[in-house]
Ligand binder design. Structure first.
Ligand code: ADP
Ligand code: MG
Length: 505
């Protein structure tokens, strides 16, 4: 069975998320759909899975136009999507989740859980999707939860399976297992769509690659012959350089000294557990870990945005455990927050205003109660040029910038003053490959000028290419430490899954 998307256009107000997209999805094939953040990948697949209606264009199933009025119609037509954020009920078992909404019923219409378990077992065996039907969702790792989502889709007889950025939440080992599953589904004759922004992943698993840029299909690639450079150029629309060049590390004095740190999350549960770490001048310390292992709370505690339950934070020899975020900022702690939309910029402020968002009171920009706007504008213009923020005017609203340029704005703001320590959380999330290399270069420059850098990232590639020292966070604890020059994907990946060195041996 083949599916053809023909001339699909979808607008959200003024944004054209998909523009005249043509795409064919074939049985027995893995189609890699590659594109930067915001390219329109999720929108396109939401249309195919019946969640959105296209403004123009049609979906043909084996040449016959299909009309989907909701996800139910698409599922009945055999199209299932595994979403970026899983939609499982945490307190239910695997079997209960799989049959939710389409329960096999026994006599008197009661849920026949025995039958459900049997069906789960059958599907797992058929496609090599190992799971325990009786396990409770919240007690199993994310990689296994993902298998449950896949079984759920297969249970509804899907022959087209769409995976939206499925590897984002996985450790490297889980990614390898996931690829094996996708291949076995392909070999069983299913049609697969694998969405990602990671070049090496599509090259590894896809049979065919389509590249989406700014809502349009801009090219196709053959995974056997396409290079990262080719694919990146299609994705971004210009040439991209990859290597991060780095001199050997020369660590200086300890700038940040954290001991016995314990922090609660929103649900009052322990998110950071007895963490101790140090960052020295002139070194980059990377914290690796799968999303949701306490990194967010750790960063918030270090930067003064979240109270500690216990512990001590010392910065430049001063005890700042109780100090405000502003005090830390004034002492020379810079922070690139993980969620720039929420805490990095104010969208309806212009670029110049955003550039001084956390330093307008600084003597560089203010004389007593008055802001010296001319100085603000001059500094902004200089930063915009130096950090390559693509904009037509510094008076343009920040939310008119693309994600990558918003991020460059934040990086420019944080790095353009005299700082001692940079805490960078997911510094390149949602940033195109071109801007990633640029931001990395500026971070390495800061390190070379003696700034201490703490990078928290769920992208292991980023941690490996930047860090002089790597700490791995798992369930709120630092569970391993590696030398940045010697660490391998495999070792760090195992630690990210909570596997200790002894267990791995
Ligand atoms: N529900 C929505 N409402 C408004 N704009 C949206 C919506 N969904 C997506 N967009 C916009 O459409 C564009 C494409 O988004 P998306 O399909 O999520 O991209 P991708 O999945 O490739 O990152 C983006 O500019 C995004 O902001
Ligand atoms: Mg998406």
């Amino acid at each position: 069975m083949d599916i053809e998307l023909r001339g699909i256009t979808k607008r959200f107000g003024e944004v054209v998320a998909n523009s005249n997209v043509n795409l064919t999805i074939r049985a027995g094939e893995i189609l890699g759909l590659l594109g930067e953040n915001g390219a329109g990948k999720t929108t396109l697949m939401n249309i195919l899975s019946g969640l959105y209606r296209a403004d123009e264009g049609e979906i043909l199933i084996d040449g016959t136009p299909a009309r989907f009025d909701g996800a139910g119609d698409a599922i009945r037509a055999g199209i299932g999507m595994v979403h970026q954020h899983f939609m499982l009920v945490p307190v239910f078992t695997v079997a209960e989740n799989v049959v939710l909404g389409v329960e096999p019923t026994g006599r008197f219409d009661r849920l026949d859980i025995e039958k459900a378990r049997e069906q789960v077992r059958q599907i797992s065996a058929e496609y090599g999707l190992e799971v325990d039907p009786d396990a409770i969702i919240e007690e199993i790792p994310v990689g296994i939860q993902q298998r449950v989502e896949i079984i759920k889709v297969l249970f509804r007889s899907a022959y087209v399976l769409i995976f939206d950025e499925p590897t984002a939440v996985l450790t490297p080992q889980e990614v390898t297992e996931f690829f094996a599953i996708v291949r076995s589904l392909r070999d069983a004759g299913k049609a697969l769509v694998f969405i990602t922004h990671k070049l090496h992943e599509v090259r590894e698993v896809a049979d065919r690659i389509s590249v989406l840029r700014a809502g349009q299909i801009v090219g196709e690639g053959d995974p056997k012959t396409a290079t990262d450079a080719d694919l990146a150029e299609m994705m971004v629309g210009r040439q991209v350089r990859f290597e991060v060049e780095k001199e050997p590390v020369q660590p200086g004095d300890v700038l940040l000294d954290v001991s016995d740190l314990n922090v609660l999350d929103e649900r009052e549960e322990m998110a950071v557990n007895d963490v101790a770490l140090q960052v020295r001048a002139g070194e980059i310390v990377g914290i690796a870990g799968v999303q949701g292992n306490g990194q967010t709370e750790l960063v918030e505690a270090l930067t003064g945005l979240r109270p500690l339950l216990r512990g001590r934070v010392s910065f430049l020899g001063e005890d700042v455990t109780q100090a405000s975020a502003r005090r830390r900022h004034q002492l020379g702690m810079a922070h690139i927050p993980e969620d720039r939309q929420r805490s990095g910029i104010i969208g309806e402020f212009n670029i110049a205003e955003n550039m001084v968002l956390n330093s307008y009171y600084d003597e560089r920009f203010s004389s007593g109660p008055t802001l010296r706007w001319l100085d603000v504008y001059q500094q902004t213009a200089a930063n915009v040029a130096a950090f390559d923020v693509r904009t037509s005017s510094i008076f343009d609203h920040a939310d008119h910038l693309s994600g990558g340029n918003q991020q460059k704005l934040v990086v420019a703001r944080e790095l353009s003053r005299d700082i001692k320590l940079l805490v960078a959380s997911q510094p390149t999330r949602g940033v195109d490959v071109g801007s990633i290399e640029y931001i990395h270069k500026r971070i390495v420059e800061a390190r070379d000028s003696g700034v201490g850098v703490l990078i928290i990232s769920t992208e292991l590639d980023e941690i490996l290419s930047l860090s002089d020292r790597i700490l791995v966070m798992f369930r709120g604890r630092i569970v391993a430490e590696f030398d940045g020059d010697k660490a391998t994907v495999n070792e760090v990946g195992l630690a990210m899954a909570g596997v200790t060195a002894e267990q791995a041996a």
